[in-house]
Design a protein around this ligand. Structure first.
Ligand SMILES: [Fe+2]
Length: 134
């Protein structure tokens, strides 16, 4: 059962404009993935969307890490480790989807992007922005 779209609300805003802008694009990409899975789009198209999300995540995490470093953020290491774990999980599921697309790998990816990425924005990124902005 594919998931419903994530509704963007101001709750997602962390108060750093460039990161908020990227988070919004990321949520839009995630919703595109949900739509593609709901519509049972061709496997190649879903894989393409997954590749786009991965590229966006990598670029976005790199920017966030730069912001943290520039501001001497105290929890840089732990936050970066969360990014790395998230990327590892995401790419693991991408490989699984490529190898066994019909076995629930799509649903597993949706769970990661919905629960993990959203949770990360709402907790770790918010905590970071509060300290960075002082
Ligand atoms: Fe982050």
């Amino acid at each position: 059962m594919a998931r419903a779209d994530i509704e963007w609300t101001d709750d997602f805003l962390i108060g750093i404009a460039e990161l908020d802008h990227e988070h919004r694009s990321l949520v839009a990409d995630i919703n595109r993935l949900h739509g593609a899975l709901r519509a049972h789009d061709e496997r190649e198209r879903i894989q393409e969307t997954l590749g786009e999300i991965l590229a966006r995540l990598q670029a976005h995490f790199a920017l966030e890490e730069t912001v943290m470093k520039e501001n001497g953020y105290a929890h840089y290491g732990a936050h970066k480790a969360e990014h790395e774990a998230l990327l590892d999980t995401f790419t693991g599921f991408m490989v699984r989807f490529e190898q066994e697309p019909g076995t629930g790998a799509g649903a597993a990816i949706e769970e990661v992007v919905d629960e993990w990425i959203v949770e990360h924005i709402l907790t770790s990124d918010k905590k970071m922005s509060l300290m960075v902005k002082g």
